[in-house]
Write a protein that binds this ligand. Sequence first.
Ligand code: GRF
Length: 220
Amino acid sequence: MAGLLKLGVLISGGGSNLQSIIDHIEKGALPARIQIVISNNPDAPGLARAQRHGIACTVVSHRDFSSREEYDSELTRILKDAGAELIVLAGFMRILSGGFLRAFEDRVINIHPALLPSFPGTNVQQAAIDYGVKFSGCTVHFVDEGVDTGPAIIQAAVPVLPDDTADVLAARILRQEHRIYPQAIRYFAEGRIIKKGRHVEITGIGDPDRAVLHNPPLDD
Ligand code: GRF
């Protein structure tokens, strides 16, 4: 069996996705190891989650740097020193420069709480409600130089229900984020990802009919 995939996880906030990755690793469901957690925000609650599990973590505040490039080179240095092989953005609220992405080509992934390409950016749960879509969800995707524009790796759809508030929908989506992010990382760890331009193929998937959804459900 191949060794553990070495992760560098970047956060800015609560870190519930970080927690889900930790939990999957600890229960033996994800052959990976978190080498380092970096937060740009010194007050990110996610830092305490890393500490509780004995994971190395550090704060690198963008406020201490005069340009994005300088900030990103410091991130690059720390992640390379830590031996990170896959960079996992887990609620990291910063755009990464081309230099950073080239340093980790095809090795930077993000999770976004909508079914991209619908609703990129922020406040997307409210945007989905306002639009009146019947499904929203979440997307794990490769990061490119655009905002939420990289090739999708896995998506989960959840229904949008008539009385949803943004918070209720966000919580429903987050429950699926916690399932698909560890799954996507597992694809990497198991070498199951084939990326051809915008198209990401996963080898060894199960029955595709299990991925069909309807909302409202069909009558028959
Ligand atoms: C998630 O909704 C994720 O999709 C978005 O930021 C949020 C982070 O939540 N990119 P958490 O910090 O993992 O709890």
